[in-house]
Write a protein that binds this ligand. Structure first.
Ligand code: GAR
Length: 210
């Protein structure tokens, strides 16, 4: 099994979905560490309840991004982590850190990238008037929310949607998509070759793969 760390900053509902999937003996990934940059992240308690080792690396205790990222990198390597999943991790990572995990770090983002990078993605989608919205899992590259796409899931936008109602329906898809994608990546069935994602597995129904 591939040794995986999940990085969170908050609620951790994607993290819980990954932990639940990984309880299946046939799942190709083992979650060996949950790490938060925020001491108050609610997800930490949920990881601990599941018996997963947790660490806090409080970014406010570091003078700059480089020193925070160095501490993060040291924790991951100390736990012999092979693959990193960002799951609501709200810190921009330095190019040096990202380079050290090239092809071995994935992120989930609440929009159909390359649309609506950054924050407030549901509000951005409503303002743009799109009729399809959703979520994306991509390999992480130094540029924010710009990495090669592994998979996406889409939902229709309704006339009466507001950012909260959209978020509620997108997060359901996120919790479905992320475990499916982690299985592909950890199982070697989706991998980064240069700037392209090579996938050697048919997508589950309703999940749109690049
Ligand atoms: C999720 O919607 C995730 O896609 C988003 O934060 C939320 C975290 O929820 N991530 C980003 O916006 C990353 N830039 P969770 O903590 O319940 O998984």
């Amino acid at each position: 099994k591939m040794r995986v760390a999940i990085l969170i900053s908050g609620r951790g509902s994607n993290m819980v979905a990954l932990l639940e999937a990984a309880r299946d003996p046939a799942y190709p990934a083992e979650i060996v560490l949950v790490l938060s940059n925020r001491p108050d992240a609610a997800g930490l308690a949920r990881a601990a309840e599941a018996g997963i080792p947790t660490r806090i690396i409080d970014h406010t205790a570091f003078p700059d991004r480089a020193s925070f990222d160095a501490a993060l990198d040291a924790e991951l390597r100390a736990a012999s982590v092979e693959l990193v999943c960002l799951a609501g991790f709200m810190r921009i990572l330095t190019p040096e850190f990202v380079a050290g995990w090239a092809g071995r770090m994935i992120n989930i983002h609440p929009s159909l990238l390359p649309l609506f990078k950054g924050t407030h993605t549901h509000r951005q989608a409503l303002e743009a008037g799109v009729r399809l919205h959703g979520c994306t899992v991509h390999f992480v590259v130094p540029e924010l929310d710009a990495g090669p796409i592994v998979a996406q899931a889409a939902i229709p936008v309704r006339q009466d949607d507001d950012p909260d109602s959209l978020a509620d329906r997108v997060i359901v898809q996120e919790r479905r998509l992320y475990p499916a994608v982690l299985a592909l990546v950890a199982g070697g069935r989706a991998r980064l070759e240069g700037e392209r994602v090579v996938i050697t597995e048919q997508a589950p129904e309703g999940v749109l793969f690049s």
